[in-house]
Design a protein around this ligand. Structure first.
Ligand code: ACO
Length: 420
């Protein structure tokens, strides 16, 4: 059986063939028929060949480089996962030690970045600060523009993975009027982040190991998610050979939106607005009547329980053992229970996604709600960079440039302003 798709343009009777490979046809095969494919929001368009992350949305499967997310969350660390995403293989003990050392020793920011951050208003949203500072780093490392040099590329990868927690923590300190805390190179990735967030006058900040581990798990779960909105932006900017700092700033801007990584912030605001378990049925009725969305529910790819949400729910229980139960959890559980039984949500295959429970953990860790999208951006930095590296090295990729269906006016004569 040949791997061919035959199609006929019934207007002319002409028949065409397209080769099928990896269950796909090349969209340019439609050119023979004078057609383009129209796919707003990329519902059925693969824009890349990738070996990084695999998702089966119907079965609720997520794997990084072939490794199930459950096993990574259980047995790995964020930096080990970042290495896996970037290099394609799990590190040996020696490789991991070298990688951890390298990342740890690039966590500091240039002192001028501090002054740049001081320019923001006290109530600036941390995600706006994160996006701006990520872009500004481009000016500190002008050599990063040489994106065709593998060594230059890897130097920026290390810098970005190392510096994003510092940017995030300093944006929080700025909003509180607290002095910025420098990284502590003796601490691991997640522990150092908590130290930069919360250390006041003590010589060493030591967070509860259970909380450090929960944060580490959240970082692992958020590290990559194949061709989502922000990864697509990262690759798209990268396709013009812009440096990775500005590309990452663009990706983070895409993440900020409430339909993407901003959803964790919206979930918390939604739970607070509901206020009491007794108000849940009324709220769900409102969603079904078209008054807003049930934030943290639904996903473009998962039409089953998001496997990350399941792991986060377990992590939340462990965190609450240390911090005490977050009262909003009861509202979240009731929402989930009602939604999973309700025809509206069942028929649309709407299940909790990664953002539904993550905010409850962040809140229990003492993080302000506006910081939640930044908490997503820290670990997603590894995924964005893995996607960027794959993109800039892919011989089949060119500058991203979609087509359009032009439905506007034909040629018109210009009308002088006094004649309009
Ligand atoms: N609450 C209520 N109804 C919903 C929700 C929701 N959260 N999500 C989708 N629907 C409904 C839509 O209204 C639509 O109904 P219709 O067929 O009657 O018109 C149907 O389900 C299909 O939804 P689409 O919007 O077509 O699905 P799409 O794949 O475009 O959107 C998205 C996916 C953006 C995640 C959507 O489900 C949503 O807005 N969810 C809430 C925001 C959220 O939690 N985002 C985080 C996603 S995970 C992440 O990015 C990290």
């Amino acid at each position: 059986m040949p791997d061919l798709l035959r199609f006929t343009d019934e207007r002319s009777g002409a028949s065409f063939e397209a080769t099928i490979a990896s269950d796909s046809i090349h969209a340019t095969a439609l050119r023979q028929a004078g057609l383009v494919s129209y796919d707003p929001a990329f519902l059925n368009t693969a824009s890349v060949k990738s070996s990084i992350t695999f998702i089966d949305g119907d079965l609720g499967i997520l794997r990084y480089r072939g490794y199930p997310i459950e096993q990574l969350a259980e047995q790995s660390t964020y930096l080990e996962v970042a290495y896996l995403l970037i290099h394609g293989e799990l590190p040996t003990a020696t490789e991991l030690a070298a990688w951890e050392h390298e990342v740890t020793f690039h966590t500091f920011l240039h002192e001028n970045v501090k002054r740049l951050m001081e320019g923001f208003r006290y109530d600036a949203h941390p995600m706006g600060m994160f996006v701006s500072v990520a872009a500004a780093l481009s000016t500190f490392y002008p050599e990063s523009r040489d994106v065709d040099d593998p060594d230059v590329r890897m130097a920026q990868v290390v810098r970005l993975i190392a510096k994003t927690p510092t940017i995030a923590a300093w944006s929080y300190r700025h909003s509180r009027g607290l002095p910025y805390v420098y990284p502590d190179n003796e601490l691991g990735f997640a522990a150092n982040f908590l130290s930069m967030m919360f250390r006041i006058a003590e010589p060493k900040f030591e967070a509860d190991p259970a909380l450090v581990r929960a944060l580490e798990v959240l970082f692992i779960l958020h590290a990559d998610h194949e061709q989502n909105c922000s990864a697509n932006v990262m690759r798209s900017i990268g396709s013009s050979k812009a440096d990775p700092y500005v590309a990452l700033a663009g990706a983070a801007a895409a993440l900020y939106g409430p339909l993407h990584g901003g959803a964790n912030e919206e979930v918390l605001r939604m739970l607070e607005a509901i206020g009491d378990v007794r108000n849940v049925p009324e709220f769900v009725d409102g969603v079904k009547a078209g008054h807003g969305l049930l934030m943290g529910f639904g996903h473009r790819v998962y039409k089953n329980y998001d496997p990350r949400a399941r792991i986060i729910k377990d992590a939340a229980d462990r965190v609450f053992e240390v911090t005490g139960r977050n009262p909003l959890l009861d509202i979240a559980l009731e929402l989930e229970k009602i939604a999973l039984e309700d025809e509206y949500f069942v028929s649309r295959k709407l299940y909790p996604n990664v953002d539904f429970y993550s905010g409850l953990i962040y809140q229990a860790l003492g993080l302000p709600t506006s910081l939640f999208p930044v908490m997503f951006a820290i670990p997603r930095t590894a995924g964005w960079l893995a996607q960027w590296l794959e993109g800039v090295q892919d011989p089949e990729q060119k500058i991203t440039r979609p087509r359009q269906l032009y439905l506007g006016h034909g040629e018109r004569r210009f009308v002088p302003i006094d004649a309009r």
